[in-house]
Design a protein around this ligand. Structure first.
Ligand code: NG1
Length: 398
């Protein structure tokens, strides 16, 4: 913290910061690419966070600096309708959150902020949403305003679409609403979190493929295309009121009896849309089964569901890559109960589940078989770690 305070002083001069805001990243255990279909997901917050030191300003200017030199300082004025920086600029996450808080809870005051992130960027651990949540809390804190957590998470999820990705609401909800020691089953519209204690013996190993899934260029387009496919597939059923009366959402589809769900899948003639649809409805069912498996501490069942999720993301949803498949195989061969890509895919991380005794074997196998032949820093701490389910975002007055 004193390091960070020194950097703040170097960047902005006296007086010192008034608040420390932190917001965690997340690893999604199961339920991938279905939050934007309105189906429940099951993530945990990781103990790695975005931290922001903040000092209010008397005017309506925002100045932000980042400890990572890849992200240069940015300055802008608060208005009700803020023009974005060029696509891909990190400052757009700040603008997204500030504009939302101004529109919904404003008028708000300006601030100077120093951002420090312990989350790997573009790794599928949601560093971007952690930054958006931290900035939303910053804008509220400097303006001495408050907002209900779920309302804020829902609002900031929509607000993040300012950057150009039509994301769902999972990341913001878990970053704000997480509880230590628990996963959260997140339901949408309305947003609701149900906490599921993670059994003490379970360990989740998170490992980066080293392939950046930077959601500013091609990956943003691929992500938005998947979402469009998911919407187009549903529209086919909704348009067919004779065969599918009463079907208006994916929630309606997953509440049908199993044979009718199978019939709905087969009714989609377009091969790609059929596969996207199949992934969404089956993944939705896996999340509910996984919640039950976690509640009865059934490691094997939870692991099998994770593996099935990976296969579906690989074959039906087509968001995996050779590197992620290789890592999943390595984890399974080392004794993991289950493993899958986590987050949007196209690169990023895998998550593997094992018991306490086996987790070190999984870590060692990934180290030897995946990282040893690639160029990586000596300290793999940021790329390969066992995560503790952590608490959500916080604001401390200094
Ligand atoms: P990540 O892994 O942070 O790119 C994205 C979306 C989520 C969700 C997952 C896939 C954003 C901010 N997040 O997460 O809403 O759809 O992909 O399950 O776009």
């Amino acid at each position: 913290m004193s390091d960070l305070a020194n950097r703040f002083a170097t960047q902005f001069g006296p007086p010192g910061p008034a608040y420390l805001i932190s917001a965690p990243g997340r690893v999604n255990l199961i339920g991938e690419h279905i939050d934007y279909a309105g189906l429940p997901v099951l993530p945990v917050a990781v103990q790695r966070q975005v931290r922001v030191l903040v000092r209010p300003r008397a005017d309506r200017t925002v100045r932000v600096a980042n400890c990572d030199p890849a992200f240069p300082p940015r300055t802008f004025a608060i208005t009700n309708d803020i023009d974005p920086f060029p696509v891909g600029d990190w400052g757009n996450y700040i603008k997204a959150a500030v504009q939302h808080v101004e529109q919904r809870y404003g008028p708000i005051g300006g601030f100077d902020a120093l951002v420090d992130s312990a989350l790997p960027v573009a790794a599928g651990l949601s560093s971007s949403s952690a930054l958006v949540i931290a900035t939303g809390l910053t804008a509220l804190a400097v303006s001495r305003r408050d907002a209900p957590a779920l309302e804020l998470a829902e609002g900031l999820a929509l607000a993040e679409q300012y950057v150009g990705t039509r994301g769902g609401g999972m990341d913001q909800a878990i970053s704000l609403g997480a509880r230590e020691g628990a996963a959260a089953k997140i339901e949408f519209a309305p947003l609701h979190l149900t906490y599921v204690p993670v059994p003490h013996e379970w360990r989740f190993v998170v490992a980066s493929s080293l392939v950046a899934a930077e959601k500013s260029g091609a990956v943003q387009e691929a992500y938005n295309n998947r979402r469009r496919d998911v919407e187009s597939a549903l529209a086919l059923l909704v348009g067919d009121v004779v065969r599918w009366p009463g079907i208006e959402s994916y929630r309606d589809v997953v509440s049908l009896p199993a044979v009718e769900i199978d019939a709905a899948i087969s009714s989609i003639a377009d091969e790609t849309l059929r596969r996207r649809f199949r992934h969404v409805v089956r993944e939705g069912a896996r999340v509910l089964a996984a919640e039950q498996a976690m509640r009865r501490s059934d490691l094997e069942a939870f692991g099998e569901l994770m593996c099935a999720s990976h296969v579906s993301l690989r074959d039906d949803f087509e968001v995996s890559r050779a590197e992620l498949n290789e890592m999943v195989d390595i984890a399974m061969e080392a004794g993991a109960a289950g493993a899958r890509l986590t987050g949007a895919g196209f690169g990023g991380c895998i998550v593997a589940l094992s018991d306490r005794g086996t987790a070190p074997d999984v870590v060692t196998a990934l180290r030897k078989r995946y990282y040893a032949s690639r160029s990586v820093p000596d300290d793999l701490d940021n790329l390969l770690f066992v995560t503790e389910p952590s608490g959500g975002a916080s604001v401390s007055a200094l």
